[in-house]
Design a protein around this ligand. Structure first.
Ligand SMILES: NC(=O)c1ccc[n+]([C@@H]2O[C@H](COP(=O)([O-])OP(=O)(O)OC[C@H]3O[C@@H](n4cnc5c(N)ncnc54)[C@H](OP(=O)(O)O)[C@@H]3O)[C@@H](O)[C@H]2O)c1
Length: 301
């Protein structure tokens, strides 16, 4: 019988708070050079979840001293109006980062909008130029959630170098980029990466090989204890609402991992909420500060 353990909690809130404290120092240095990092957030329509995310980003900016420029547009906004706004923000010297909150209303081509953002201000890291740079290992902007996952591992003392990382999910936002980041020939990476998705056969036989398992599927508690190797490190990216009549809201949030069961087998596990989520916004703030630093660097030349 394998011995029962209780996994160490990989506390995303704490790691995010530490990183934000470091960013405050960077922001103070920039202030001496009369630069305030600025993030423009564009929100189109009335999606309630998007409004919550935008409010959280605004609050996080204010807490650190990052200027937050919010642009709220009605749901019937035309693609042309949105593209014109993005082009204006590309030119605005006070804006170091541009984020267009997704999803966008149906009449707007998401790809066209994201591709119009100046790659030098693409703090979400979704522009094809930054995706390409990530893949070839050149400095650009790394996408926030995958980069946050890497930071969580490193700051918890779990260097992925030489480890078998299994990622479940292959989206452009999480699965593919986290695989690309962790397989780089670079410090903090150098993992052997396997990516699973909905067409993968016998997923459990693959996830059980993982030294580090990253679940990014959007399927509540899909990863069961029998799918996890004893002593594995587990990052749960999933955020899913499940009905819960005991809650005032009528629901609770769960990840893609059966937390209770898996935490008896894993060496370390990130919870939901309080795991990857707080890291995502932190990495956005970090990219915005990084972008502001680059403008100072280019002024010096
Ligand atoms: N914490 C954060 O900050 C944060 C940020 C982003 C996303 N998320 C959460 O992370 C989750 C994933 O997000 P996403 O944007 O990557 O989702 P997505 O675009 O829907 O992609 C889901 C991926 O999971 C795979 N998948 C779905 N069901 C599967 C199954 N039964 N077996 C194996 N693979 C399966 C899909 O495979 P196919 O490609 O074959 O369809 C797809 O590649 C969601 O819960 C989302 O809310 C959290």
């Amino acid at each position: 019988m394998p011995k029962r353990r209780t996994a160490k909690i990989i506390d995303g809130k704490k790691i995010a708070a530490d990183m934000r404290a470091e960013l405050k120092d960077d922001i103070a240095v920039l202030a001496k050079r009369k630069v305030t990092p600025g993030l423009a957030v564009v929100l189109v329509g009335d999606d309630p979840a998007s409004h919550v995310y935008v409010r959280m980003k605004d609050k996080a900016c204010q807490a650190l001293g990052i200027a937050s420029f919010q642009h709220r547009l009605p749901a019937n906004t035309t693609e042309r109006r949105l593209l014109n706004l993005v082009k204006k923000l590309n030119e605005d010297k006070k804006v170091h980062g541009i984020l267009v909150q997704l999803p966008l209303p149906k009449q707007i081509d998401e790809k066209k909008v994201l591709n119009t953002i100046d790659p030098a201000k693409d703090v979400d890291g979704f522009h094809p130029v930054n995706v390409g740079k990530m893949l070839v290992g050149e400095p650009g902007f790394l996408p926030c959630t995958p980069h946050g996952c890497q930071q969580m591992l490193l700051r918890s003392g779990y260097d992925p170098s030489g480890k078998h990382v299994v990622v479940v999910g292959r989206s452009n936002i999480v699965g593919k980029p986290v695989a690309a980041i962790l397989m780089q020939k670079a410090p903090g990476a150098n993992a052997t990466v396997t990516v699973c998705h909905s067409r993968t056969k016998n997923i459990a036989s693959i996830t059980r090989q993982a030294d580090i398992l990253i679940a990014a599927m959007g399927v509540p508690e899909f990863i069961k204890s029998r799918m996890v190797k004893e002593g594995a490190i587990v990052l749960d990216v999933g955020v899913n609402r499940v009905d819960d009549k005991t809650k005032k809201s009528g629901y609770r949030l769960v990840g893609d991992v059966d937390f209770k069961a898996v935490s008896k087998k894993a060496k370390a596990i990130s919870p939901v909420p309080g795991g990857v989520g707080p890291m995502t916004i932190t990495m956005l703030l970090k990219n915005t500060v990084e972008s502001a630093k680059r403008t100072v660097g280019s002024k010096r030349k």
